[in-house]
Design a protein around this ligand. Structure first.
Ligand code: SF4
Ligand code: SF4
Length: 338
């Protein structure tokens, strides 16, 4: 079902939704950007229709709504252990097609990568519903078309901002009822981005000989191991587990999981002082191949969704897209020489 809504109509629709849902989407925080005098566009609560940001990609991904940066897994008091309960309102997340595809990658990691689903992720995820924000065209550095993530499924409704009105494609309740109440019937078909300025070619296979290629040595010199690329990536899911002992009573404390990054120092530290990937070039190789090779071998799809965030946030201008294209060229050359 399709509907045309005025900003006032869409605002009234959001107000009604807010009585039953918490609503998150791309919002702008003035003066909070990483450079002086710049704004931060990221995920946050949407309180009015004017909060939704349409003209910029968010620096951070929507995953933090259902995979929090920091989460208590259990509390301990002496020998007693309790698991925190979760009282969570139904939650709507406005997001782009690439990020909706990224959710399917996180679902695979947390729900289908072992004999048991991750119960902490699962219990939040069941309360999350998605509204697709249509892209008129990609943002600089996007390559969703190359990754096949320019189209999406799994959303309740799709929204397009067109001139001075909104076009809503309602695929489920409560959107159909709300569209009837606040909009006018209209023909609305999804429009997907068909071309990005940037094209990325993912190699079908990667030869083990590339593990020692000098390409990674260049990254070893440039990368400062800040971890920004992974923290802003919508598909990165690594966390570390910390036991926190309360200062006022050392018998009590909690176990938390906290986002971690394969790019930062200490991530692969093991007992005895061994580090699996001490070299920063090796860490980038691990990340890149995980995104475009290992995950595909496990689940049949690439992990990377081509959102372009990692290279936008990298202070060393390390381009994930250029790295993947270089790998593809190296494999093509190897194929010709074989
Ligand atoms: S690897 Fe980079 S381009 Fe790919 S999904 Fe992560 S942040 Fe986006
Ligand atoms: S953002 Fe750039 S410099 Fe920082 S860890 Fe990632 S690749 Fe390295």
């Amino acid at each position: 079902m399709g509907y045309k809504l005025t900003p006032a109509g869409f605002g009234a629709l959001l107000d009604e939704l807010a009585t039953n849902y918490q609503i998150f989407g791309p919002v702008r925080y003035a003066g909070k950007g990483r450079l002086a005098g710049t704004d931060l566009t990221t995920y946050g609560p949407v309180r009015s229709v004017s909060d939704l940001v349409w003209d910029a990609r968010t620096t951070f991904a929507p995953k933090e709504v259902f995979f929090p940066v920091k989460e208590s897994l259990l509390y301990f008091s002496g020998q007693e252990i309790t698991e925190p309960s979760l009282e969570m309102k139904e939650t709507l997340v406005f997001l782009r097609a690439c990020d909706l595809n990224a959710v399917s990658r996180l679902d695979k990691i947390f729900l289908a990568n072992g004999p048991e689903p991750d119960s902490y992720y699962a219990r939040r995820r069941q309360h999350i519903h998605f509204v697709l924000m249509e892209c008129q065209e990609g943002f600089p550095g996007c390559f969703c078309v190359s990754m096949g993530t320019n189209m999406a499924t799994g959303h309740q409704a799709a929204l397009r901002l067109e001139n001075d009105h909104y076009l809503l494609q309602a695929l489920a309740e409560p959107w159909i009822a709300l569209g009837e109440r606040y909009g006018q019937p209209a023909r609305v078909e999804p429009v997907w981005v068909e071309k990005n300025p940037l094209t990325v070619r993912v190699p079908e296979r990667v030869d083990i000989a590339l593990f020692q290629h000098e390409l990674w040595r260049e990254y070893a010199c440039r990368c400062i191991a800040c971890g920004r690329c992974t923290l802003s990536c919508p598909t990165c899911s690594c966390f570390s587990v910390q036991d926190v002992i309360y200062r006022d009573n050392p018998e009590r404390g909690e176990r938390r999981r906290v986002w971690a990054s394969c790019q930062i120092d200490g991530f692969t530290d093991m007992a005895g002082g061994h580090q699996v990937r001490a070299d920063r070039g090796d860490r980038i190789r691990f990340k890149v191949l995980h995104k475009i090779y290992d995950f595909r071998r496990r689940f049949g799809i690439n992990m990377c969704v081509g959102c372009g965030r990692c290279e936008e946030v990298c202070p060393e201008y390390i381009s994930f897209a250029r790295c993947v294209n270089t790998l593809n060229q190296l494999m093509e050359v190897q194929g010709r020489d074989a």
